[in-house]
Design a protein around this ligand. Structure first.
Ligand SMILES: C[S@@+](CC[C@H](N)C(=O)[O-])C[C@H]1O[C@@H](n2cnc3c(N)ncnc32)[C@H](O)[C@@H]1O
Length: 236
């Protein structure tokens, strides 16, 4: 039997969940990642080697932290962010008032851009939540310029048995921290969805199937997080 969608909950349930947790998302994120999330975002953006005057897209921008990081690394870049959650976007718009940044309410599987505009696309902790991930990868490839790069930062279930042990001891705390910040069920989903997410080799195969070249996976923090990257062919 083929799965009708890749995720544990529907796109609509996902949107409603992120609307609910938007206000406390940044605080919860920092607490759950023990402050490492900033470093992970810095590395994901660095994969794109962004430059001033370049044009970048953040998919599932949420509260806009990756947009901020792109502008830190490349002041003067043009950045767009898309997300289906209006409440997450409201926090992002409050945080980022820079010129050259636009936010759109949209889903990764139906990007509102009509051409191949972007030198780079980044996406952080969003891919896991997309109902039809292959469709989203094809959309990302479509809006990248030839030679442009995609970097997807995602939480992954660690491969090493020893790290898995530590991970299993830590993860029951995640919904507890989430509950203190008013989002218990969302943070239980976070843990469950990481367990359900395909292994890195499968994600890399999905990139290849979509048509990406130079496909790589870079594990961070003992493989609890990975940066998946790929490039659009020059003649793509
Ligand atoms: C865990 S948050 C990550 C936010 C931000 N990228 C970060 O690094 O903190 C996941 C975001 O992905 C968005 N999202 C979920 N499904 C999506 C989809 N199908 N297309 C685009 N964004 C989606 C959610 O609304 C949420 O804002």
């Amino acid at each position: 039997m083929t799965k009708e969608c890749d995720t544990l909950i529907s796109a609509e349930e996902n949107r409603a969940m992120f609307d609910r947790i938007a206000k406390n998302y940044d605080v919860a994120n920092r607490a759950i990642s023990m402050g490492l999330d900033k470093r992970w975002r810095r590395k994901a953006v660095a994969e794109l080697m962004p430059f001033s005057g370049g044009r970048y897209l953040d998919i599932g921008t949420g509260t806009g932290d990756l947009v901020v990081e792109i502008l830190n690394q490349a002041p003067g870049a043009g950045v767009d962010g898309i997300d289906p959650s209006v409440e997450m976007l409201a926090v992002a718009k409050n945080k980022v008032a820079e010129k050259g940044v636009s936010f759109f309410e949209a889903d990764a599987t139906a990007l509102p851009m009509h051409g191949a505009f972007y030198d780079g696309i980044v996406s952080g902790f969003c891919f896991r939540n997309i109902e039809h991930r292959q469709k989203a990868l094809i959309e990302m490839l479509r809006v990248l310029k030839p030679g442009g790069k995609l970097a997807i930062l995602e939480a992954t279930y660690p491969a090493s048995p020893l790290v898995r042990l530590g991970y299993r001891l830590y993860t029951p705390l995640v919904p507890v921290i989430g509950k203190m910040l008013g989002g218990g069920a969302a943070y239980k989903y976070l843990v469950d969805s990481i367990g359900d997410f395909p292994r890195p080799e499968t994600v890399l195969d999905m990139f290849r199937e979509a048509g990406f070249d130079e496909v790589e996976c870079r594990p961070l923090t003992l493989g609890t997080v990975c940066i998946f990257s790929g490039r659009k062919k020059q003649d793509g």
